[in-house]
Design a protein around this ligand. Structure first.
Ligand code: NAP
Length: 264
C-alpha cells in the first residue's frame, strides 16, 4: 500500500484527488495538509461525507511523524508549493506536484535536494495524457514549422500566467527550434501585452474566463498553411489517471522529474 497525504484536499483538484486515492487499489489516503485549522478529519468539511476519517494537519512535521506518508500530493497554490515540496523531500516523503508556478532557481534547488536524498519527485504541470501528447506533437511539428504561437485558456481562478503547460510547451519546442523573432521586425504594440508573452521569439497568449477548465492550442504557420494542435481538459477527471500513475511511479524513482512526458 502506498501511503498518500494530500495538500489542497478541499480545492477543485484536491476533491477529485481524494476520491481517486480512496478508490484506487494499492494506495491509501493517510492525511490531508492544510494551512487552516478546519477540524480533525475530512469528514468535518462540507464537500466530503461525514465518514471520511482522514486526519487534517496544519503542521507537516507532525503529519509525517503521526501518519508516515510515502507520497505528498500537492494541489495547492504557487504561494505554498515550493515550501511543501522542499519540506517533503527533507522528510524523505516523495512529492507528486500538480501545482504550477516554480521559478527556475527553485526547480534547480529541488532537483539537487532530490538527488542528494536519492528519492523520487514528480512535478507535472499537466497530468492529462492528451496534453502530454499535444506537447510531444508540437515539438515534432516545430522542426518543420518554426513559426509558433501558443494560446492557453483557463478558468478565471487560476493565479499564474502563462500556464505551466504553456511554458513547458514552449521549452520543449525551443529544444528543436532555432531561436527566432517572429512577426514583423518593426511591429509595435499600441496596447501593452497585445502580442502576448515572449519565449525565445514565440508568443504565449493567456485567456482567463469563467466556464473554461484547461485548454491549449499550438498554432504553426507556414507558407499558405496553418497547423493547429489543440487539447481540451473538459473536467478535472481528465487529470486523475495521471495523478494515480505519478503516485505509483514516484516511489520507484530516485530523482526529480519535471513533466510527465519524461516518464510515460
Ligand atoms: P483551488 O480550487 O483554488 O484549490 C487549491 C486549494 O489549496 C484551496 O482549497 C486552497 O485553500 C488550498 N491551499 C492554498 N494554500 C494552501 C496551503 N498552504 N496548504 C494547504 N492547502 C492550501 O485550485 P485547483 O483548481 O484545485 O488547482 C490547484 C492547483 O493545481 C493550481 O496550482 C492549479 O494550477 C493546479 N492544477 C494542475 C493541474 C495539473 O494537471 N497538473 C490541473 C489543474 C490544476 P484556500 O481556498 O483557502 O486558499
Amino acid at each position: 500500500m502506498i501511503r498518500v497525504a494530500i495538500a489542497g484536499a478541499r480545492g477543485k483538484m484536491g476533491i477529485e484527488a481524494v476520491h481517486t486515492v480512496l478508490n484506487r487499489e494499492g494506495m491509501e489516503l493517510v492525511a490531508a495538509l492544510d494551512y487552516k485549522d478546519l477540524g480533525p478529519t475530512l469528514g468535518n468539511l462540507e464537500m466530503f461525507p461525514d465518514y471520511y476519517d482522514t486526519p487534517i494537519y496544519t503542521d507537516f512535521a507532525q503529519l509525517v511523524a503521526e501518519t508516515k506518508p510515502d507520497v505528498l500530493l500537492d494541489l495547492t497554490s504557487p504561494h505554498s508549493v515550493y515550501q511543501h515540496t522542499k519540506e517533503a523531500l527533507e522528510h524523505n516523503v516523495r512529492p507528486v506536484i500538480g501545482t504550477t508556478g516554480f521559478t527556475d532557481e527553485q526547480l534547480q534547488e529541488l532537483t539537487e535536494l532530490a538527488r542528494s536524498k536519492k528519492i523520487g519527485c514528480i512535478i507535472a504541470p499537466n497530468f492529462a495524457i492528451g496534453a502530454i501528447l499535444m506537447m510531444k506533437f508540437a515539438k515534432e511539428a516545430a522542426k518543420y514549422l518554426p513559426d509558433v504561437e501558443i494560446i492557453e485558456m483557463h478558468h478565471d481562478r487560476k493565479l499564474d500566467a502563462p500556464s505551466g503547460t504553456g511554458i513547458k510547451t514552449a521549452q520543449m519546442i525551443a529544444e528543436v527550434r532555432q531561436s527566432k523573432i517572429q512577426g514583423h521586425p518593426d511591429e509595435k504594440e499600441t496596447h501593452e501585452g497585445a502580442r502576448g508573452a515572449d519565449f525565445e521569439g514565440m508568443k504565449i497568449h493567456s485567456v482567463r474566463l469563467p466556464g473554461l477548465v484547461a485548454h491549449q492550442q499550438v498554432l504553426f504557420g507556414g507558407d499558405g498553411q496553418l497547423l493547429t494542435i489543440r487539447h481540451d481538459s473538459l473536467n478535472r477527471e481528465s487529470f486523475m489517471s495521471g495523478v494515480a500513475f505519478c503516485i505509483n511511479t514516484v516511489i520507484t524513482m530516485d530523482k526529480l522529474v519535471y513533466g510527465l512526458e519524461n516518464i510515460i
